[in-house]
Design a protein. Structure first.
Length: 159
């Protein structure tokens, strides 16, 4: 039996685990157990499957570390004459040497050299987009701009 994490074997061969990473090798299969519950069994050489499971775990951890995305709200447009009706969720992601700030609901995105600059640029772009869409006759807007304006009207109000 290969054990990943802390594990103890109780009398009668039953497993009790503090970690869900228990790998049980028997008859050419590998079983992943959490507590006393069998989560899955995979065929094949146990050592190869254990290596694959370890690689998947490592890749998940690396992806989580590298993604670095954060969510921050826009709560004000001061000193501009606009009111935020409800917080605007902004996703900020690293992109090489820059950061991308996105308001997914309205499909508006821009970048900057820092997180703060990316959010500041997004605030400006949201207002520019709102002003433009609001100034157009509704019949002149296509489906996506009309949808964007509808979303923006639930978040932004001119004062």
């Amino acid at each position: 039996m290969v054990v990943q994490g802390r594990h103890r074997t109780a009398s009668g061969g039953a497993s009790a685990s503090v970690s869900p990473r228990i790998l049980n090798e028997s008859q050419g299969t590998i079983s992943v157990v959490e507590g006393n519950v069998l989560k899955w069994t995979l065929p094949g050489p146990p050592h190869a499957l254990a290596a694959i499971l370890d690689q998947v775990r490592d890749l998940r951890q690396a992806l989580t570390r590298l993604s670095g995305a954060i969510v921050a709200p826009i709560t004000t447009f001061a000193p501009e004459p606009y009111q935020v009706l409800k917080d605007i969720p902004v996703v900020i992601q690293p992109a090489g040497d820059e950061f991308i700030a996105t308001f997914f609901d309205a499909n508006i995105s821009t970048g900057g050299e820092s997180q703060e600059e990316a959010v500041s640029n997004l605030r400006s772009l949201i207002l520019d987009t709102f002003e433009y869409l609001e100034s157009e006759p509704p019949a002149a807007l296509g489906p996506e701009p009309a949808r964007q304006l509808g979303v923006l009207l639930t978040f932004v109000k001119r004062v």
